[in-house]
Unconditional design. Structure first.
Lengths: 367, 184, 385
């Protein structure tokens, strides 16, 4: 259960706990701690990674940044008095399947972290939350969340989610999948779900690559970037995901990076609470493939790049058309679109009611 | 020469498969004989188990599988635990010293340990730990000659990385010669 | 016609089956490929992406397999030898367009690097579970030519053969590879270009109106390509010699007969197989692809025990080598199909052989190749009969 935000923590009651075996040595917590509390240790864990350690405990303000940004759920604030022994995401993850398969420095874990915290904050019933994934690294998210979850076929998470959302309108349906899965093979379905304003939240983790299959080019890979199927650089224009979702008519569109953990979490919360089609694009590091092939360093280097190169979307100055991403160029982040158009079910319902009048038997909503 | 069968295992990302490829290439191309490499990997790019098996022969190889290798190279504890039972009596076990602890094994097995991750970090990049292990493996097991082994490395690395990789190979090979002498 | 030396990487290579298949395609003169990444076939598109721009080829990664399987056909009609590469789930998506290639008689190559299914299954593990799908996966009737490599060397050689057959018979041809063969690394000897024979498509060069489906004496119509002024019509609807859709039973019969006889009349010519230790054999193992290598080991083990076992290796799985199988069935007491599935090519072997001898299957759920002991157990059972 999340701690009340804004309530200052009494340092005497709190400590930082670290699960060294879960850690993959990415260094995010050390880098993004605002107080320099943490440092990388010289020890190895059994996998050959250097875990962090609490180097300066007296500086810690228990702001929970490390707990939020960690992609491995390996570091958290703990307190016996306040009865917090585990990572805040613990209750909604299948901890018996940890450590997960994602690489050191991969941001997918961080996105999951933000998603879980957004679920907590949104106050949604976990038993009525459905998570649907496609195929790929991000597609494995469904397997790690302790909710009703579905690992479907490549590109078809959205049509599956459509069936679930229409058949059981009392459920909150969330699609979590990658850029290749959602915009290449899944592109057609993405457009139609957004066009119809189907009730679902889509979290698109965009790491500009097909990670699971070895790092091939995707429709979001910036022009000129190297991938294993574009070894001489991608030569075509990439998709601008917020722009597509916007032009198809989505009710909510946001983009943040895994560096912006608090904004990302809040945007996901808003998306979850917005009826109709809501999209959150999360730019995330793939150090093993996209990062390595383009000589961009490791996950931490990519995260620092996001911090440096992000530019805020301003409603009065920008439209989603400005959100195109060039190679190693600015990344426009922000909550970009908010509409209140009727969702697919609402539209279906009002149209049929108007035509059939008394004869209309409304689609039964369970429970 | 009787067939030699080598099993190499470790974590995804340690370069286990590449080490096997270099060995196979050395034998089949530079010695102009025969080698078959087969590999096993899960979906993870990093951190999961990776392993390969290399058969080295002077004649064409038909059956490609290895169940009872005469040489086992283990760069992770998981690899040792999984494959040690298959290692032949009197075989050679090569381990990454810091990551692998050897428990009770058949006393006829000759054990050679190399702190390859530390050597690689000293040389400048952790990523060459597999080349260190490869040099070490070749020195202690006589699978191919040093010259042939080095040709395999040269043909298998990105251009521009020769200095780094040869340094890694040399370090592993020399350390292997020392360890072999110690064992007598 | 000989291969182009600029496209042939002559020499000895230590490469895996997927890379060898790519070199085979390039040596065969393939200059168009449309593909989509899927494990365990991705090394092929990756190598294509790297090599093609250096040899005058065009590769495009499409948005999915449905797009890839029809994009390549556009490439064929642009005048190029074209191919795609996939594995089980992708092959399933491509099935509608396999049918299109058959009915339009479009020469092209589909490479399936099989993995354990069904559905997402075991993406990184081998199987031979798509064999029947190659023949029956698309709706309707059509013949199939499919070759099975059992080594990286064969991946190179048979890919060239696939292209040659597709051009000769003006139809799609399948290379039924598998994950283990695709990822196995061995020495591949690529000969000099002048030792590689290629078959090129025969174009219509007459001055009359071009009839895209008028069959020559060999049963195959002459090809054309975009821009020759033939103004042809190519359709997936049932069509006559002119290529015009004529939706009657009569035309369906004529069209189908022509299509089916292309392969049906040439089964013996197309059939390729090898036999090992068959002269005195009482029991015959039958296998193909990677399973052949395990069966070979089992045969050696059985011989050591004094059991007279021989092995027939199918190189063409489709059309099914009915003649050698039927002849073999009349010579031996038992035939055992060794394959990594629940019995697919077994069904073909059984229907030809079971009136003459005992038949059995050494199958598998897929995921790993057989251990020779499993096959030996079946041999021992058969020896008792």
């Amino acid at each position: 259960m999340a701690e009340k935000k804004g309530k200052k923590k009494d340092p005497k009651e709190w400590r930082i706990d670290i699960d060294a075996e879960r850690c993959k040595g990415c260094g995010f917590c050390v880098e993004f701690c605002p107080k320099g509390t943490l440092a990388m240790s010289d020890d190895f864990n059994s996998k050959g990674y250097h875990p962090p350690m609490v180097a300066n405990p007296e500086t810690c303000t228990y702001c929970d940044m490390c707990e939020m940004v960690c992609p491995e759920f390996a570091i958290w604030q703990a307190s016996d008095v306040q009865k917090k022994e585990t990572h805040v995401a613990d209750d909604l993850l299948r901890m018996d399947r940890m450590p997960h398969i994602w690489c050191p420095g991969c941001g997918i874990g961080t996105v999951v972290n933000c998603f879980v915290e957004a679920l907590h904050e949104a106050g949604l019933d976990r038993d009525k939350t459905q998570v649907v994934s496609g195929i790929g690294c991000t597609g494995r998210v469904a397997g790690y969340v302790d909710l009703d979850s579905y690992h479907t076929t490549h590109g078809r998470a959205i049509p599956f989610a459509t069936g679930l959302a229409l058949g059981a309108p009392d459920q909150k349906v969330v699609v979590i999948s990658g850029d290749g899965d959602l915009t290449a093979i899944g592109g057609n379905h993405f457009f139609h779900a957004a066009r119809r304003n189907t009730d679902m939240t889509v979290i698109c983790v965009n790491n500009f690559t097909y990670g699971m299959t070895g790092g091939q080019v995707t429709p979001t890979a910036p022009k000129g970037s190297i991938a294993i199927t574009t070894p001489y650089g991608a030569f075509d224009r990439p998709f601008n995901i917020p722009f597509i979702a916007d032009s198809c008519g989505a009710n909510f569109v946001a983009r943040w990076t895994t560096y912006h953990v608090r904004h990302l979490q809040k945007a996901i919360k808003t998306a979850l609470l917005t009826p109709g089609f809501s999209l959150v694009e999360a730019i995330s590091p793939c150090p093993t493939l996209y990062g390595r092939r383009n000589k961009l360093g490791d996950g931490l280097d990519l995260m620092k790049f996001y911090k440096e190169k992000s530019v805020r979307f301003k409603k009065d100055q920008h439209t989603t058309a400005d959100a195109e991403i060039g190679f190693q160029d600015q990344i426009m982040v922000g909550n970009m679109v908010q509409r209140e158009n009727p969702s697919l079910l609402q539209a279906m319902d009002s149209s049929l009611k108007a035509k059939l009048g008394d004869k209309y038997v409304q689609w039964p909503i369970p429970g | 020469m009787e067939n030699r069968e080598v099993r190499l295992g470790g974590f995804g990302g340690q370069g286990v498969i590449l080490a096997g490829m270099i060995l196979g290439r050395a034998k089949s191309i530079f010695e102009d004989k025969y080698a078959t490499l087969t590999q096993d990997f899960g979906p993870e790019a990093r951190g999961g188990a990776a392993s390969c098996a290399v058969i080295l022969s002077d004649d064409p190889i038909l059956y490609p599988n290895v169940f009872n290798p005469d040489v086992l190279l283990a760069m992770s504890q998981g690899a040792l635990d999984k494959y040690i039972d298959g290692l032949q009596k009197g075989g050679i076990l090569v381990i990454e010293e810091d990551l692998v602890k050897v428990g009770n094994i058949d006393p006829s097995i000759k054990v050679f340990a190399c702190p390859a991750t530390r050597f690689a970090e000293e040389i400048g990049r952790k990523i060459v730990l597999n080349i260190v292990m490869y040099g070490f493996l070749v020195a202690v097991s006589d699978l191919v000659t040093e010259e042939i082994a080095r040709k395999g490395v040269e043909a298998s690395i990105p251009s521009g990385t020769e200095k780094l990789n040869f340094a890694a190979f040399e370090k592993g090979y020399q350390y292997g010669i020392e360890q072999k002498e110690k064992l007598g | 016609m000989k291969a182009d030396p600029k496209r042939v990487l002559t020499g000895n290579h230590f490469i895996n089956g997927n890379h060898a298949a790519t070199e085979g395609a390039i040596a065969a003169g393939c200059t168009f490929a449309a593909g989509y990444p899927i494990t365990p076939s991705t090394e092929i598109v990756e190598r294509i992406a790297s090599r093609f721009p250096r040899v005058g080829g065009m590769f495009v990664q499409m948005e999915d397999e449905i797009a890839s399987s029809i994009c390549l056909q556009g490439g064929v009609w642009s005048g190029r030898k074209s191919m795609t590469v996939t594995s089980g789930p992708g092959m399933s998506l491509m099935m509608e367009h396999v049918g299109l290639a058959h009915i339009t008689e479009t020469p092209c190559v589909f490479i399936n690097v099989q993995r354990a299914g069904p559905s997402t299954g075991l993406p990184t593990k081998t199987a031979q579970g798509d064999m029947m799908q190659a023949k029956w996966g698309s709706h309707g009737d059509y013949e199939c030519i499919a070759l099975s490599p059992s080594s990286p060397q064969e991946c190179f050689d048979l890919t060239i053969d696939c292209f040659n057959l597709s051009e000769e018979y003006r139809m799609p041809v399948f290379l039924m590879s598998d994950e283990m063969t695709g990822h196995m690394t061995e020495k591949v000897v690529i000969p000099p270009a002048d030792q590689i024979e290629l078959v090129e498509r025969k174009f219509y060069t007459g001055s009359e109106k071009y009839l895209p489906y008028k069959r020559e004496a060999n049963g195959v119509p002459l090809m054309s390509k975009a821009g020759l002024g033939h103004n042809y019509h190519i359709t997936g609807l049932t069509h006559d010699e002119q290529g015009y859709p004529v939706l009657t039973k009569k035309v369906q019969e004529e069209m189908m007969e022509g299509m089916m006889k292309k392969v049906g009349d040439n089964v013996d010519k197309l059939t390729r197989y090898e036999e090992f230790m068959m002269e005195d054999a009482d029991i015959a193992l039958v296998s193909y692809g990677i399973s052949f290598r395990m069966a070979y080991k089992a045969m050696e083990m059985a011989r050591e025990k004094g059991i007279k076992v021989g092995l027939l290796k199918m190189i063409t799985c489709w059309p099914f080598p009915e003649k050698p199988i039927t002849e073999l069935a009349q010579k031996v007491n038992s035939m055992i199909m060794v394959e990594l599935n629940y019995g697919q090519m077994f069904l073909e072997m059984d229907r030809f052989a079971n009136k003459y001898c005992e038949t059995d299957l050494c199958g598998s759920s897929g995921g790993e190749v057989h251990e020779p002991e499993e096959i030996l157990t079946k041999i021992l059972e058969a020896a008792k009969k």
